[in-house]
Structures are given as C-alpha cells and as structure tokens.
Design a binder for this molecule. Structure first.
Ligand code: ADP
Ligand code: MG
Ligand code: ZN
Length: 491
C-alpha cells in the first residue's frame, strides 16, 4: 500500500514515506419493508418501470407523506445492535438538489438529530481487534433511477425505487487500509442481514457505500484532504477503489501536488477513479426542516421490545461454542452454515454432549445437507434423532463403521436410529461371549500370525482385529474385538 522504504521527501520537502491512509465510510442499506418510506407503494425490484408509484413518491404538489413505522423499527434495531444511542425523537429534513430521478426536488433525510448517534463495531486486524466508531445512523429515502437508452440516445426515468427506505450509517474516519474497510463492510453486512434489517442483495444496490479516503503523516491527528468515491456496490469494488485512491493520492504527494477535495466515480473495468465534481462544484443542499412530517418517535416500549428480540451476536455465539470446547475449525464451520448452531443447540437439549454432536454434524449432516441442497433445519434427520444416534454410538450399540452406513438411510427417512440399526443388522457386537467366539475362530485360522504375536510382535494384533472385523462384516466393536483376541491367544 503506502509503505515506503527509507525516508522519501517530495519536492516541497515533506516526508512522504510515512503517510498513512485514513478512511471513513458512508453505508446505505435498504430497509426490509414491504412498502416505501412515506407511502404504501410496494417495493419490488422486479416490477415493470413506474408501476409502483403514487402521488407521494412522485412528488405531486400537495401530496402528504405518511411515515412507515416498520422503517423506524428497523433503523432503531440496527442502532441497538451497533451500540448507538437511539433518540426518542429525531427529525426529517429536506436535502435539496435537482436531478431528474428526484421528483420532489429534495431527498427526505435526517440532519439533526438523526435517529441514532454514535455506536461502534469491532473488526479483526492482524494487529488484533480494532474498534471502529460510528458517527450516526439516519433514515432517508432513495431516489428513482435514470435508465440510459444508448441506442436511441435518450434517458428514461423509472420512479419505482423513489421513496424506498434506507438507513445511512456513517463511520468516523477510523479505518486505515482497504483490508480494514472491506472487513468492516462485510461484518456490517453480515450483521444487518442477520438482524433482518436489510435483504442486503448487493447486486440490487441494497447495500452500497461511499468511501472517503485521505492520507496524512503517520501519527498526525489532522485529517488530510479527502476524495470521496460514490456508490460502490460490492466489497471488491470498495476495496479496489480505496486501493486506487490511495495510490493516486500518494503519487500526488510524491510530486508535491495538492490533493483536491473531490467526488469521484469508480470504474470497475479500468479499476480507476474519475472525477465527478470538485469542491467548487460541491452541492449546497440547503437542508431545511421537512414541515410535512412529525418527529420520528421511538418509544421506550419499542426499544424494550427490540432489545428483547435481538438475536445473539456472532461474538456471543462463538463464545458459546468455545465454551462447548469445540475445535476452532469446527466453530468456523458451524458459524458459516445457516441454522447449524440452532440445530446443534436443539440436539444438545436431547443429549448433552456438544463435542460428539458437533463432530457428527461435521462428518455427516452438513455434507449431506449440502449435497441435497437442503437447509440444515429442514433435514429429515432432526436434532433429536442425531442425539439418539450419538447416544447409541456412545453405548457401543452402533459402531463407527455402522454409523457410516446408517447415516444416509437416516438422512433419507428420518427414521429411528435404533430401530433402523436393528433392521439393517448394524447393531454392534459388543457382547463378550460373541466376540470371544469370533476371536477363537480367527485365532484358529491364522496360526502364523498368532505365533508371531506370542513371540512379541504385538503389531500383528491389528491385522487380526481386521480379520475379526471382516468376519463380523463390520459389526464387531473394534475395542472389544482386540480384547477378545488377546484373551483367545492366551489360551
Ligand atoms: P459528507 O457528508 O459531506 O460526505 P461528512 O463530514 O459527513 O461529509 O463525512 C462523511 C464521511 O467521510 C465520514 O465517514 C467521515 O468519517 C469521512 N471523512 C471525513 N473527512 C475525512 C478525511 N479527511 N479522510 C477520510 N475520511 C473522512
Ligand atoms: Mg459523503
Ligand atoms: Zn408511492
């Protein structure tokens, strides 16, 4: 990135080898509501152009917006999960600008106070965990879309998206590399999707961000002049845009040229940024209070309800799995697969052996679900049956090899493990008398190996166990088989 070798100075004598990137993000997440923020038009990205519009979302004179309560709830939920202060009262403002896909001539957004203030999220970095502070979360509506018809040289306007509810999450400039920024974005996306705050389909623009990038001498507290790259709708593009912007600004510093405050666009094909407008052309939005909407209210009751409905954080879940004493790779696997931890918890409620149950899931259940393209919680073999299988294995009724044979049958039928094991003759032979009989047979048929064993070559025991296992068609308990053979060879 910007790491230099040795001290380098630019023509103005500034040390450019010790510059560090500073990054702040503005993330737009589309809220998971059925209808728009101020009217009852449906939200449907697949609808025909201009089919989900009304007098409110097309800005007809005299039409009055009506607040979507669900959007308030989702914004507050995001704030709670991110440790923000959720304001009991916040206000909408009009952010004025002209654009063909903005029929009101203003965006309805929040300036002061927003619905949530402050907050933070922790990310993992090679140097350990790092806290990224949030500045604010506010509610706002989305604009429509301009559709450029290159062939006929015209631009069409589709207002289906106009009025779609968004939250904008603004971070403090606490990020210092593209890797950190991407890690933050992924974690935030993951959290908001898990909370059902957003659907988060990035290709639909339901989660997109602006990245602000500047450089400053390492250790300095003052912020450098920033470039702001607009509207990145993939983690990769966000990372690439930041990388490019750092390089571009580094080159400017090295040449002793000033970085200008600019708004830029990222071209993913050329992987470079292009100026959209400079500071001189910056918008003066002339925010003013939106007189058509009452304050946004979040009651104590709503906050309490939201707090209670908050699912465990990923951190808490990992801690719980660590308390089960599971291996890290197993924890990662369970965390990665939707529903896996819920399934495990349900199985544990039937048989309190987390490690054994998790191992069975990793070995059998998860691959089987993946192969059948089935959600884990929809598996015909439910948690109580898996628990029963684990119990049978612990009691020595079903051996490992038998379990391998049994599992696909159970997975298909969802039947009772014990009954199925009996039906298929997969019940393990652990009865001492039966094992001794098998052992006597093996000993009689392999006199050479037996005398080798007796002369001290104990390693041949595993060969004999193999023979016994084969004889029993895999049904013998391997541990008991070894013991029975030793006993038989004594005689
Ligand atoms: P605006 O809304 O005009 O883009 P803000 O002051 O609200 O400006 O900042 C937006 C984002 O830019 C925030 O995430 C903030 O942390 C970040 N930011 C502001 N100044 C800088 C800077 N000099 N370098 C990097 N990021 C910055
Ligand atoms: Mg901005
Ligand atoms: Zn509408």
């Amino acid at each position: 990135m910007t790491e230099g070798v040795g001290a380098r100075t630019n023509p103005t004598g500034e040390n450019v080898s010790e510059m560090e990137p500073v990054i702040g993000l503005e993330i737009h997440a589309q809220l998971k509501t059925k209808t728009k923020l101020f009217c009852s038009c449906a939200i449907d990205p697949g609808a025909l152009p201009n089919s989900n519009i009304c007098e409110i979302c097309t800005g007809q004179p005299g039409a009055l917006p009506r607040m979507n309560e669900k959007a308030i709830e989702l914004a507050a939920k995001a704030g709670l999960a991110l440790g923000s202060k959720v304001n009991s009262e916040s206000l909408f403002s009009r952010k004025n600008y002209f654009y063909p896909d903005l029929p009101n001539g203003f965006q309805t957004s929040q300036l002061d106070p927003p619905i949530c203030e402050g907050g933070f999220m922790e990310i993992d970095t090679p140097a350990g965990p790092k806290t990224i502070r949030l500045n604010r979360i506010h509610l706002e509506d989305d604009a429509g879309k301009c559709v450029h018809d290159e062939k006929r040289g015209r631009t069409l306007v589709d207002l289906n998206r106009a009025g779609t509810p968004l939250i904008e999450i603004v971070t403090e400039p606490d990020l210092n590399s593209s890797t950190e920024a991407v890690e933050f974005l992924k974690k935030l996306h993951d959290l908001l999707v898990r909370l059902d705050v957003t659907e988060g389909r990035m290709e639909e623009g339901e989660f997109r961000c602006d990245v602000n990038v500047s450089l400053r001498p390492k250790g300095s507290e003052t912020l450098g002049v920033r470039g702001e790259i607009k509207n990145l709708n993939s983690f990769r593009y966000a990372g690439q845009a930041i990388e490019y912007e750092i390089k571009r600004q580094t080159a400017l510093y090295e040449q002793g040229q000033p970085v200008l405050q600019e708004t830029l666009h990222f071209d993913p094909v050329k992987r470079e940024t292009r100026t959209l407008r400079t500071k001189e052309e910056a918008h003066d939005y002339r925010y003013f209070p939106q007189p058509d909407l009452p304050p946004v209210r979040v009651s104590d009751e709503l906050l309490a309800k939201l707090k209670n409905s908050m699912p465990a954080t990923a951190e808490d879940t990992v801690k719980k799995l660590q308390a089960y004493d599971l291996r890290e790779d197993l924890i990662t696997l369970l965390m990665d697969r939707k529903g896996a931890v819920n399934y495990l918890d349900a199985a544990i409620s039937h048989y309190d052996e987390p490690k054994k149950l998790a191992a069975l899931m990793a070995e059998f259940l998860l691959p089987a679900c993946q192969k059948a393209d089935l959600a884990i919680l929809d598996s015909p073999l439910g948690p109580s049956k898996l628990a029963k299988l684990a119990k049978l294995m612990d009691k020595g009724v079903v051996g490992r090899r038998a379990a391998q044979e049994l599992f696909p049958l159970l997975f298909q039928s969802g039947g009772d493990p014990e009954q199925l094991a009996k039906e298929r003759g997969l019940v393990q032979i652990s009865d001492k008398g039966a094992l001794l009989a098998l052992a006597a047979d093996v000993v009689a048929r392999h006199p050479k190996e037996v005398s080798q064993y007796r002369s001290g070559q104990v390693k041949v025991l595993s060969f004999l166990v193999g023979k016994l296992m084969r004889e029993s068609r895999g049904a013998a308990d391997p541990k008991g088989a070894g013991e029975a053979l030793i006993e038989a060879m004594k005689g």
